[in-house]
Design a protein around this ligand. Structure first.
Ligand SMILES: *[C@@H]1O[C@H](CO)[C@@H](O)[C@H](O)[C@H]1NC(C)=O
Ligand SMILES: *[C@@H]1O[C@H](CO)[C@@H](O)[C@H](O)[C@H]1NC(C)=O
Ligand SMILES: *[C@@H]1O[C@H](CO)[C@@H](O)[C@H](O)[C@H]1NC(C)=O
Ligand SMILES: *[C@@H]1O[C@H](CO)[C@@H](O)[C@H](O)[C@H]1NC(C)=O
Length: 388
């Protein structure tokens, strides 16, 4: 009985030839993105909100920059590690007029940004007026005006991107979490929050289409994280004990995050149909972050839910005395929102954001495409996958 094995071998070979050769052709050429344009909230803000509404105070930045660096973190963010792994410099915030260099891209994200414009001021609710539609306006203006100014030559050529870099660039998005928390902070119920998610997703979809209309081709879209594991939500919105999961996270909040993410994935499928030249990668950051928080020790972290930098309470988080908060006693300034001894052992930085160590861990997980749809590495994210 020799023939069955050989037929087996032949058919496997035929399969390999027909299915892997086109992929190998893609796999052989990394993308060489000349620039990154990022849209988002504090998870990827490298100085936008700080430039406009005041610097994030020390000890923000202490682990890597050794001074505040416009980030709500002890060091670098996922977007910084993305830039680094692509061989590009850290992104300047579009709103930062001091010392910025936009040769390899610009960052439109600001802390507190939402997809939908909010009907409250930053002072009232803490949400940034730089919502995604505003970030789009900024990008549109930057695209047009950077080329007019660049044509003047001199130093401008060394500060602004080339025209062709806008189509070669990677467009990254990490936004949506604040749209979900904003409803809860207005005392909405979980079903009331869910009810407006389609509107949020629709506005997101329009902006991605607009960027495509300006020549954007390569999109890297993070889904929203398990915000039910974050102190600022757990501390502020009461839930029943039965609604706390084994990790200590609030199940209704994470359920809403996953509801948003399922919708986001559908939007990505629709966009792939509507934008024939776009390569769009959907990245399941939710699962990576939840994996880290629920198995903290296994991954080298001691603390999962408590904030490294903060002041008191169950989570070392107090919304009125945040990381870097000071008090003046007898003419002397005292730092109340203090940092922990070794932030690299903590996942949560300030009750709202992740530490540099956690951000690095997340990037290491998502870089090779294991959490992406399609499952291609970051360096290949310019290749539109057949069938996707
Ligand atoms: C703000 O108000 C407008 C007009 O009432 C409404 O259409 C919109 O949905 C509101 N936005 C949010 C985020 O609630
Ligand atoms: C801006 O950054 C680019 C790339 O790092 C560099 O070549 C250029 O000289 C910088 N521009 C200025 C004015 O320093
Ligand atoms: C939400 O409810 C809390 C507790 O009842 C109340 O103190 C707060 O003012 C309410 N917030 C809004 C925006 O209605
Ligand atoms: C983390 O665990 C190690 C080993 O058990 C211990 O030496 C260290 O002090 C712990 N750090 C924190 C922040 O609890």
């Amino acid at each position: 009985m020799e023939s069955p094995p050989s037929i087996f071998v032949v058919s496997i070979f035929a399969l390999l030839v027909s299915s892997t050769v086109p992929c190998l052709a893609f796999a052989s050429s990394p993308c060489h993105f000349p620039a990154i344009f990022n849209f988002g909230d504090s998870n990827s803000d490298t100085g936008g909100l700080s430039a406009v509404f005041g610097q994030a105070p020390p000890p923000h930045g202490e682990s890597y920059f050794h001074h505040p660096a416009g980030r709500y973190c002890d060091g670098r963010l996922i977007i910084d590690f993305i830039a680094k792994s692509l061989g590009l410099p850290y992104l300047s915030a579009y709103l930062d007029s001091v010392g910025s260099n936009f040769t390899h891209g610009a960052n439109f994200a600001t802390a507190g940004s939402t997809i939908r414009p909010q009907n409250t001021t930053l002072r009232q609710s803490g949400f940034s007026p730089i919502s995604l539609d505003v970030q789009w306006n900024e990008f549109y203006d930057f695209h047009r005006r950077s080329q007019i100014i660049r044509s003047q030559g001199g130093v401008y050529k060394k500060l602004l991107p080339k025209a062709e870099d806008f189509s070669g660039a990677l467009y990254t998005f990490d936004i949506g979490q604040n749209d979900l928390t904003s409803g809860y902070f207005l005392n909405m119920s979980t079903s009331e929050v869910k009810a407006y998610v389609p509107d949020v997703l629709n506005q997101f979809k329009n902006i991605v289409s607009n960027v495509y209309g300006q020549g954007g081709r390569n999109f890297w879209i993070h889904n929203t994280g398990p915000f039910g594991c974050l102190a600022y939500v757990l501390e502020r919105i009461p839930i029943l004990a039965a609604e706390v999961d084994r990790t200590g996270c609030g199940s209704p909040f994470n359920e809403v995050a996953r509801y948003f993410n399922r919708g986001l994935k559908k939007v990505v499928f629709q966009l792939r149909k509507e934008l024939p030249l776009a390569a769009i990668t959907y990245v399941d950051v939710y699962s990576v972050k939840y994996k880290l928080i629920s198995q903290a020790r296994k991954h080298g972290f001691n603390e999962s839910l408590r904030a490294c930098c903060g002041h008191g309470g169950k989570y070392n988080y107090n919304r009125h005395l945040g990381c870097g908060a000071k008090n003046t006693v007898g003419g002397k300034e005292i730092l109340l929102g203090k940092s922990c001894k070794d932030p690299s052992e903590w996942i949560n930085w300030d009750g709202v954001h992740y530490t540099e160590a956690a951000n690095k861990w997340v990037l290491d997980q998502i870089m090779d495409g294991s959490f992406s749809d399609p499952p291609i590495p970051l360096k290949m994210a310019c290749h539109r996958q057949p069938g996707h």
